[in-house]
Ligand binder design. Structure first.
Ligand SMILES: Cc1cc2nc3c(=O)[nH]c(=O)nc-3n(C[C@H](O)[C@H](O)[C@H](O)COP(=O)(O)OP(=O)(O)OC[C@H]3O[C@@H](n4cnc5c(N)ncnc54)[C@H](O)[C@@H]3O)c2cc1C
Ligand code: FES
Length: 263
């Protein structure tokens, strides 16, 4: 784990408006490229970094969206009233940002798994994009189910990826929730990976089609320290209490006690 000062290479406003169904609204979304070779060289899909956002005391966690050539990319939603994400969205080329990472366990692709199904809800695409790139480079077949509120979506995907879209307003792909498409795609998947809101996970945890499938989910909880010190990110699993920052953020879906989780 490295504590480093990263230089902003680019900070691109990508999307306007709502990215995922949520009580609070998203102002826009950004792709932020940071120069940080120490973190880029060690990063794995599903890991995250903590970002110090100016004078705000608690650092904020963000998934590593891509890592290459000494740079990492973050893809983040800017929340209305969100101090950290608003601060980060205002960084300019050449600015310095204090970060530490890579943190967490990350996703793990099984040796024998040939057909991978990735399920992204809204900004949950952030870590799954990186996983898709890695899986394709390891000659796996990858299908990505990507659900968003509307068509203000992420546009560029790795070639060779089978992309299946769903929008809540019906503007692109299936009209409805991405979870409605999981059963038919789950059958041919050897392994499933998901990142999205709690409602998506709760729905997945109830699906009979996923009962005997290995499913890894990345949990987005509020974090205080990101170092295993504050216990603010503790969740209940079937194998006891776990800290999302250190033991996660990726967990086996069947291990999480969903009824007692309030993210
Ligand atoms: C491991 C991990 C990886 C993550 N990766 C990404 C990523 O790649 N891209 C991304 O956009 N986000 C990601 N997040 C979420 C991101 O950390 C939060 O959106 C961010 O910390 C919000 O900070 P803020 O200062 O803008 O909001 P705050 O000022 O902290 O919050 C303002 C208000 O919003 C509420 N709030 C804050 N965040 C959320 C939330 N996520 N859901 C519901 N209510 C919330 C707070 O309770 C508070 O009331 C990740 C979280 C974790 C744990
Ligand atoms: S965020 Fe502090 S222990 Fe996990």
């Amino acid at each position: 784990m490295n504590l480093t000062t990263a230089k902003v290479i680019t900070n691109e406003k990508l999307l306007n408006g709502q990215v995922r169904p949520h009580a609070r609204s998203v102002i826009d979304s950004h792709l932020l490229w940071l120069e940080c070779p120490e973190i880029a060289k060690d990063a794995r899909p599903g890991q995250y970094i903590m970002v110090r956002c100016g004078e705000i005391i608690l650092p904020r966690p963000f998934s590593i969206h891509q890592a290459k050539d000494g740079q990492i990319v973050l893809f983040f939603a800017v929340w209305e009233g969100g101090k950290g994400t608003n601060w980060l969205s205002q960084r300019r080329i050449g600015d310095s940002v204090e970060i530490f990472g890579p943190l967490g366990n990350g996703f793990s692709i099984s040796e024998g798994a040939r057909n991978l199904l990735l399920v992204a809800g809204g900004i949950g695409i952030a870590p799954l994009y990186y996983l898709a790139e890695q899986a394709l480079s390891r000659k796996r077949k990858v299908a990505l189910l990507y659900g968003t509120a509307d068509n203000s979506r992420y546009r560029e995907f790795p070639k060779d990826l089978e992309l299946v879209a769903a929008t809540e307003d019906g503007s692109v792909g299936h009209h409805g929730l991405i979870t409605e498409l999981i059963p038919e795609h789950a059958r041919k998947a050897d392994q499933i990976f998901a990142c999205g809101p709690l409602a998506m996970y709760r729905s997945m945890a109830r699906m009979p089609e996923l009962k005997n499938k290995p499913v890894q989910v990345s949990l987005e909880v509020r974090m205080g320290c990101g170092r295993g010190v504050c216990y603010g990110c503790t969740i209940k699993t079937k194998s006891g209490l776990k800290k999302v920052c250190e033991d996660g953020p990726v967990f086996e879906m069947s291990d999480v006690v969903w009824d007692e989780l309030g993210l």
